[in-house]
Design a binder for this molecule. Structure first.
Ligand code: 4FV
Length: 262
């Protein structure tokens, strides 16, 4: 899989792509990454890449010409490449979109800076806009790294076993179950016995229930989107009952709104 990254700060990408899983994926040739400096496509003497906004206002706007030239050069090499602009105005990124993008051969990431890019960049050169969250970064570079990391770990051969990507959080809209490793007893806090039972059926049932519990408590919005089995619904009833008992029998707000939302 090929990733091309258009940025004004190429050196930001040096270390993240040298370490750990991404670094190994690069070494193994499972991904190819090119960092392209947009300024190299500003042909004037001062290589100007930004200018003041028409209509006045704060900050600077990235000019359309250097970005357009850069994208047209990359697309001239491979017309099927998909151009993704990272922006708070984009579609919220998700594990589902990471999976879909991981099947595409060539992605071009456009990293904005300052107040953003000239609107004609979107109209003429961008295929898709993605946001990594409802907050404002100083640039799209970190957002591009997030998206590239989420996609790369789904590629065959990148993670130790491809199975672990299938067990991901959000794979089926559930948060991950609690994980434990040695020591068994840390300051009196013990690892749940079931995990040392060797009984894999009991262990997977416990993990499913804890994933449901964590999602019910922390992200009920995800639960609404998860494809739950009848067994899951039974576990959820147990969880709500346990929750009420732990709340001293009164119907908790959570259960109430669960009930009310039906
Ligand atoms: C962003 C986000 C983000 C906005 C102005 C770059 C910055 C600056 N990108 N998800 N949230 N971008 O904050 O993707 O140009």
């Amino acid at each position: 899989m090929r990733f091309d990254i258009l940025t004004l700060f190429p050196r930001m990408f040096s270390s993240p792509f040298e370490e750990s899983i991404l670094g190994r994926a690069l070494e193994k040739g499972l991904v190819q990454i090119r960092i392209i400096n947009i300024r190299d496509f500003a042909l004037d003497k001062h290589q100007v890449v930004d200018d003041t906004p028409y209509g006045g206002g704060q900050g600077m706007v990235m000019k359309v010409e250097p970005i357009g030239r850069a994208i047209e050069k990359l697309k001239s090499e491979e017309a099927s490449a998909r151009v993704i602009h990272l922006t708070p105005q984009g579609k919220p990124f998700s594990q589902k979109r990471a999976r879909e993008l991981s099947s595409m051969p060539h992605l071009i990431f456009l990293c904005g800076r300052y107040e953003g890019v000239d609107e004609r960049v979107r109209e003429l050169f961008v295929d898709e806009e993605i946001s990594v969250g409802d907050y404002v970064l100083t640039g799209g570079e970190l957002a591009a790294m997030v998206v590239i990391d989420a996609i790369t770990r789904l590629l065959p051969g990148v993670l130790g076993s491809d199975r672990s990507a299938i067990e991901d959080s959000f794979f089926n809209f559930l948060l991950e179950y609690p994980q434990y490793t040695r020591p068994f007893d840390f300051r009196g806090s013990l690892v749940p016995d079931v995990l040392l039972s060797g009984n894999h059926l009991l262990i997977s049932q416990w993990r499913r229930k804890e994933a449901l519990r964590r999602t019910w408590i922390r992200r009920p919005d995800l639960l609404a989107r998860a494809d739950l089995t009848p067994g899951d619904r039974k576990l959820l009833e147990e969880i709500e009952k346990e929750h009420c008992e732990s709340q001293g029998g009164g119907l908790s707000a959570k259960t109430l709104n669960g009930l009310t939302q039906g």
